[in-house]
Design a binder for this molecule. Sequence first.
Ligand SMILES: C[S@@+](CC[C@H](N)C(=O)[O-])C[C@H]1O[C@@H](n2cnc3c(N)ncnc32)[C@H](O)[C@@H]1O
Length: 202
Amino acid sequence: MNLPTSPAAERNKQPILEALLGVLGPQGTALEIASGTGEHVVWFAGAMPGWQWQPTEGDERLLPVIDARIRHNGLGNVQAPVLLDVTATPWPLAAHGFDAIFCANMLHISPWASCAALMDGAARHLRPGGRLITYGPYFDDEMPTAPSNLAFDADLKARNPAWGIRRLDAVAREAARAGLALLGRQGMPANNLLLVFGSAEP
Ligand SMILES: C[S@@+](CC[C@H](N)C(=O)[O-])C[C@H]1O[C@@H](n2cnc3c(N)ncnc32)[C@H](O)[C@@H]1O
């Protein structure tokens, strides 16, 4: 199979899977935002047969890549990828209630408005009790800033001034505005965090 790959996704897919298994139950429906090359969704779907996955991507050029990867892996629990830009409303999805929404490494490689859009969309599309799970680097006062993340942030801003590593408290504020509370955070390899959000209502 000669498809584009992401070395980072190959490195982090197993640690993320292990974190997801600790957060999610044995079955459900999951929406992936910004699926990229599709390496995450096929890895998770293969290891979580009780879950139905819906990959999505904002860059239409990646849809055939994701589709080919799903077919190559012969997975029956992954739907065909959908073109979905988080900042466009409504989200073009047939299903409205997902048990989980997963989004890795998008918030720092898109303008800040994508954070509010992700939170609003997740609040609309999560079932009661559902979880939004984000993964990536964040700046957070509770942990020392890794030099590698500072360098990554500078590189992102040089590529596009609207990009950059987001502050965890700012992301949590956008979530709260949309009605989602930060329920958990887990340190991940290479100075990344996995964040878990759920309904702020009791
Ligand atoms: C660094 S890649 C991460 C891909 C994959 N989630 C991973 O972790 O390997 C960032 C992805 O976010 C997507 N993206 C950026 N802005 C977006 C938006 N507004 N809506 C949906 N996807 C977006 C890009 O097209 C790209 O595929």
